[in-house]
Design a protein around this ligand. Structure first.
Ligand SMILES: Nc1nc2c(ncn2[C@@H]2O[C@H](COP(=O)(O)OP(=O)(O)OP(=O)(O)O)[C@@H](O)[C@H]2O)c(=O)[nH]1
Ligand SMILES: [Mg+2]
Length: 718
């Protein structure tokens, strides 16, 4: 039978880093607490029958948020054969709080003190031998990042697990507390001796979920009362206090601190980047650089080469003549060249830009800056009644919306969580980058502000939605307090950054080879067949195709958004709809409908045809529509899972599409008024929408509105 070893520890102590190193997996690692939200299983390298389980980080075994519940339930209900307790060596005192709880579970524990590379640099000493004796478990020193000591730690954990010894608790609380715990233990029946302490303490703490995990629950109200009377405090605080007293009693012996207290580099950097005034401009600048470099400079050079030379000059003409040369049927050549290569190729052309973006994101995530951004944004969010915790899902969402939505699990408050799920995908994800780059290239001469503005349009949409939704009954309430420790900055290793980039880039390429390929094939059939001169068959004129009929049937919806030029509005409509399957499809659809391959043959600019189809204002509106409207199928699935309620799911999708439509309409109508002076019904509607929007944004909160009424009454009474 396989042996199961669970990695448990505080958030951000390096569990996933160790898990990846031990199992050869590629799970997501980031330098902030709360990265892992689901348990992940992997086989220990070199051991066929040893399963390692990566768990979300927890501060204690009293869970508050969804991902903490995952970790606790696994430890209690599935009982791994051993726990490898990862402890952050730079923060050992606080980490031991969880350790004392893990050791009460009755599962053999081995402790790995991680981040030893940092500890050694700081001049601190951890005496593992003493620690081991006091805690009654083996303690080893490791650095998950550098890979030192991890093999030994794993081997020891395997041995411990295989021994299947029951664990004994070595630490002790004060005599009074221990006596009461012993009384409760005595009342618990039908449970192995070594597990009793954990349940006894949880019963004393009045943990409301522990009853479900026990077959018969003894009545311990007398003991609770006894403890509360003796210590003059509630039981939970008493036990917490007992733990800390115990930890401080041993820590002096086990750790020799570096007495020279000096300002660490992290503190010095934080003085600048989290400065009240400089923080936001720095963040804006960082994001500008990220998007500027990835969309406009380095990324664009690579992408232009891939699009203009690789695809346009070599692959497409090459494939065309190859298939014609071997006498392939016309329709098949069409399918392959005008369908698959034009569609998938148009998407793949943007891969270099995406990889550059992913390198930046990986760097920002693993160096620790992203955690600061959440902290900075919290100051702003709080003013509007939002929690900065909502910002972490967004940061993750700038890579891909699916993990972004899942990261909402770290949010305790259910309303805030729902709101975050609804708004996270507003931030441009990797798959939206091709749309941004295409529009920036075709209409705005690759200007850097287009991409950066998209990022900030996304943030603005989140903040505005937050404010507006918070003022409705559904979401009213104070934001949950946001407490996040700021991890120390560190240089990410090159291999980690590259691995993270590749992981994301590869899943993107895989998508191009599956769902996007499939979409282009279906689209090609729809755009190549139709009714022409009274009979059904392959059409000469694109406007006679089935796709054109479908598109035209819905195109009127988007007429107010300006997607109408030259009667080609249906192409935009079709592109936006296919974008709901996967965002890259927008580019693939344009690639096919605007002849990604054909234009190139006469040497014209690759996206020249597209540029002629819309005004730049409408194009920007189109871009914003695609940023804000419902995300791809995968992300919609994630929304459905996380909401776990059909009504909420449809509300979220409806809200996203509605907002996208309104914003896009206002951009087009008001932008057109400014640039050309055209005024019409659409303009009036746009202004009314803006006024309505401003009203929703600035109307007082429910509580304060009642105050105002009172004030008026007072005035009139006079
Ligand atoms: N210097 C140093 N950094 C490390 C070490 N181990 C992990 N890290 C870094 O610590 C950060 C957190 O690592 P993760 O593996 O994501 O931590 P985790 O415990 O899985 O975090 P959660 O999933 O949030 O609970 C990352 O930036 C790692 O690169 C180490 O031994 N030394
Ligand atoms: Mg993790």
């Amino acid at each position: 039978m396989a042996v199961k070893i669970a990695l448990a520890g505080n958030p951000n102590c390096g569990k996933t880093t160790l898990f990846n190193a031990l199992t050869g997996s590629n799970q997501f690692v980031g330098n902030w607490p709360g990265v892992t939200v689901e348990k992940k299983e992997g086989k220990l390298k070199g051991h066929k029958d040893v399963v390692i389980m990566d768990l979300p980080g927890i501060y204690s075994l009293s869970p508050y948020t969804l991902e903490e519940v995952v970790a606790r339930n696994y430890l209690i209900a599935e009982r791994p054969d051993a726990i490898l307790n990862i402890v952050d060596g730079t923060n050992i005192e606080r980490n031991l709080y969880l350790s004392t709880q893990l050791m009460e579970l009755g599962i053999p524990v081995i402790m790995a003190v991680n981040m030893m590379d940092v500890v050694e640099k700081s001049g601190e000493k951890i005496h593992t031998d003493k620690l081991s004796k006091k805690l009654g478990c083996e303690v080893v020193e490791i650095s998950a990042l550098k890979g030192t000591g991890i093999k030994e730690a794993a081997e020891k954990a395997v041995k411990l697990a295989e021994s299947r010894k029951a664990a004994v608790v070595a630490h002790e609380f004060s005599k009074e507390a221990e006596d009461i715990i012993a009384e409760v233990e005595g009342k618990i029946k039908g449970m192995p001796e070594e597990q009793k302490r954990f349940f006894a303490i949880k019963l004393l703490e009045k943990d409301d979920k522990i009853n479900e995990m026990m077959t018969n629950v003894p009545d311990v109200s007398a003991e609770i009362k006894e403890m509360e009377d003796k210590f003059d405090d509630d039981t939970e605080s008493v036990i917490t206090n007992e733990r800390y007293v115990y930890i401080s009693s041993i820590i002096g012996d086990c750790v020799t601190k570096n007495t020279k207290e000096k300002l660490t580099t992290s503190d010095r950097i934080d003085r600048i980047v989290t400065n009240r005034w400089a923080a936001l401009p720095i963040f804006a600048l960082v994001m500008f650089i990220v998007y500027y470099v990835s969309v406009t400079t380095v990324g664009a050079l690579l992408t232009d080469w891939t699009n203009d030379t690789l695809f346009a000059e070599w692959i497409i003409p090459g494939a065309q003549s190859f298939f014609e040369g071997i006498g392939c049927a016309d329709w098949l050549t069409g399918l392959i060249v005008d369908g698959v290569i034009s569609g998938v190729g148009a998407v793949l052309g943007f891969v270099p830009q995406m990889l550059v973006l992913f390198i930046f994101l990986a760097f920002l995530e693993s160096c620790g800056y992203m955690a600061r951004v959440a902290f900075i944004m919290d100051r702003i969010f709080r003013k509007f009644g939002l929690s900065g915790k909502s910002f972490i899902p967004m940061l993750i969402g700038s890579g891909c919306g699916v993990p972004g939505i899942m990261a909402s699990r770290t949010i305790e408050n259910d309303r805030d969580r729902k709101m975050t799920i609804m708004t996270t995908t507003f931030v441009p994800c990797g798959a939206k980058l091709p749309i941004i780059a295409m529009i920036a290239g075709a209409f705005f001469d690759n200007s850097g502000w287009v991409a950066t503005s998209c990022y900030f349009v996304g943030i603005a949409a989140i903040i505005c939605s937050g404010i507006i939704l918070k003022k409705t009954k559904m979401f009213a309430g104070d934001p949950a307090p946001f407490v996040m420790e700021l991890p120390a900055y560190h240089w990410p290793t090159v291999s980690n950054v590259l691995r993270s980039m590749w992981e994301r880039g590869w899943s993107f390429i895989k998508k191009a080879g599956t769902i996007i390929l499939l979409s282009t094939i279906v689209l090609w059939f729809l755009m190549s067949f139709g009714w022409e001169s009274g009979s059904f068959g392959m059409v000469e004129e694109l406007n006679n195709s089935i796709l054109a009929s479908i598109g035209s049937a819905i195109a009127w919806i988007f007429t107010p958004l300006g997607w109408t030029n030259a009667g080609e509005g249906w192409k935009m409509a079709v592109a936006a709809i296919t974008g709901l399957i996967a965002k890259e499809n927008v580019v693939a659809t344009f690639g096919m409908l605007y002849g990604f391959g054909e234009v190139a043959e006469d040497g014209a600019e690759i996206w020249g045809n597209l540029a002629a189809a819309m005004t730049p204002i409408a194009a920007y509106g189109f871009l914003v529509f695609n940023l804000l409207c419902a995300p791809c199928f995968a992300a919609m699935g994630a929304i459905k899972r996380e909401m776990n309620n059909a009504k909420w799911f449809w509300f979220a999708i409806g809200y996203q599409c509605g907002l996208a439509y309104v914003v896009s309409l206002c951009i087009y109508q008001i932008g057109t008024l400014i640039t050309t002076g055209t005024f019409g019904i659409g303009t009036v509607v746009a202004f009314l929408l803006v006024i309505g929007f401003l009203y929703l944004l600035f109307r007082p909160y429910k509580e304060s509105s009642s105050l105002k009424v009172d004030a008026k009454k007072v005035v009139s009474a006079k």
